[in-house]
Ligand binder design. Structure first.
Ligand SMILES: Cc1ncc(COP(=O)(O)O)c(C=O)c1O
Length: 453
């Protein structure tokens, strides 16, 4: 037996691991409700935050520094306060102090290395890549440690396959990341202010649920116009199944397929950015929810998965030298990924009656009730699956930011998204949120809305 396996099965190791988990949970479980900051920590917390901002060189959005302890959807901050985490590090956390992730973290901590790399990876990197291929139906998987790099790698594959072409298609209001290249695709001028333009991107209007036929026709017409203007020059189309950063706008199968039929005939790759949507619908991948299994060429994942990856079909195999990097990911994130996918697949999160959609139904119902009681203060809810959004105060940026900050003070961490309107957005830690939590959070939301009226 390999020594690594012998250690993993060693009764003393297993007992120590169990003891560590139980001890951690015994502290974690003391976190059971929202709490204000503790006066003894307030001064030092503020000083630390100020220093942190100074070191970063620009301000934090929220005065947030975690203590390293939490329980489900509740998280302890370093000022002793406890808040509901409804944004989960912008879509990362499955649940604070989740037992399966604690266990994965301990297994990772006793491995020989903390970071796995492209040149020397452990078996768990292979297991994760294999699991992502088998669960997506894609042929290949290259792991990496940020969504932006997963997207960059995907673009490289698309460009190399069609080296004669150099233009991209994307949807208006999309987000793909923040490298110099990706900020040319992300449809936000202020995110690329001062950066050099290094890419040719042409945009199509996205699906509009209020006007399904009209928006589909407009997108088809725009696509055809681009294809006529630049024949043979397009490499791929980048698409989000649900626009997350853009404000929670879902697409629709018929809309995607109408465009994909034309794109496939023109030999243009279908690149689906699932960095935010992965694990948030009734399927593991949102492209499966939208029934696009047979047509996608390149898919990227990150965020909730804890490790990022570029999945691709065999036709997009890179030539030697195209894809490489130092880090694959931290051993603990690879282990966490395996635990999270296993939980999602085996513990009732997916499917029409799974926890993902149950959480959405209750959250959306509560937001709907608030919107009905106060139509001038809140509209929506919007989004799809576990990307949940609503528009407070008509979507005016200043007021929505003020609202999220007031919610933070009241014990709820959310975030903004979209431009016009600006929306409040929730990416709940689905492995930790409870029904009572959703009811309490939405009750507080209504109170804060009324206070700010
Ligand atoms: C759709 C989408 N693509 C790409 C990214 C970039 O991922 P990362 O921030 O890990 O680089 C994000 C992050 O918000 C995203 O939502």
């Amino acid at each position: 037996m390999l020594l690594a396996d012998a250690l993993a099965q060693d009764p003393e190791f297993l007992a120590a691991k169990q003891a560590l988990i139980e001890k951690t949970l015994s502290y974690s479980q003391k976190i059971d409700k929202i709490a204000p900051p503790k006066s003894s920590f307030v001064q030092s917390y503020e000083k630390t935050l100020q220093e942190f901002e100074e070191i970063r060189g620009f301000p934090l959005f929220f005065p947030y520094l975690g203590s390293g302890m939490g329980n489900g959807a509740l998280v302890e901050l370093a000022d002793g306060s406890v808040k509901y985490d409804l944004i989960s590090g912008i879509g990362v956390h499955f649940g604070h102090c989740h037992p399966a992730i604690l266990s994965a973290g301990i297994d990772a901590a006793v491995q020989d290395i903390a970071m796995e790399g492209n040149l020397m990876q452990n078996r768990d990197a292979y297991s994760l890549a294999k699991l992502l291929c088998s669960s997506s139906g894609m042929d290949h998987c290259f792991l990496s440690s940020s969504g932006a790099i997963a997207n960059e790698n995907g673009l490289k594959l698309a460009f190399q396959k069609k080296a004669s072409a150099h233009r991209l298609l994307a949807f208006e209001n999309c987000f793909m990341g923040r490298t110099i290249t990706l900020s040319q695709i992300t449809d936000r001028p202020q995110f690329r202010e001062g950066l050099p333009a290094n890419l040719f991107v042409d945009y199509l209007p996205f699906y509009d649920w209020k006007d399904p036929m009209g928006s589909t026709e407009r997108a088809i017409t725009t696509l055809k116009r681009h294809l006529e203007r630049y024949p043979g020059e397009y490499v791929c189309i980048c698409m989000e199944m649900i626009q997350g950063e853009g404000g929670g706008y879902p697409g629709k199968t018929e809309f995607f397929m109408a465009l994909i039929d034309i794109l496939k005939k023109a030999g243009i790759a279908i690149f689906v950015d699932e960095i935010q949507t992965f694990g948030r619908t009734d399927c593991l991948f949102a492209f499966q929810h939208f029934g696009l299994q047979d047509v996608v060429d390149i898919v990227t994942v990150g965020k909730l998965l804890h490790t990022c990856a570029t999945l691709y079909s065999d036709a997009y195999r890179p030539k030697p030298g195209l894809l490489s990097q130092t880090y694959t990911a931290a051993t603990s994130s690879i282990r966490a990924s395996l635990a999270i996918v296993q939980s999602l697949q085996e513990e009732g999160y997916l499917g029409l009656h799974g926890k993902n959609l149950q959480v959405r139904r209750l959250f959306v119902q509560r937001l709907q009730e608030i919107a009905e009681r106060h139509p001038k203060l809140l509209s929506g809810p919007f989004g799809h699956g576990l990307i949940i959004a609503a528009t407070p105060f008509g979507g005016e940026r200043e007021k929505v930011v003020q609202f999220t900050k007031a919610l933070f003070d009241a014990g709820i961490i959310s975030f903004v998204s979209g431009v016009n309107p600006v929306r409040i957005r929730f990416l709940v830690p689905v492995g930790g949120i409870t029904e009572e939590g959703i009811v309490e959070v939405t009750k507080i939301m209504e109170e804060v809305l009324l206070e700010l009226r």
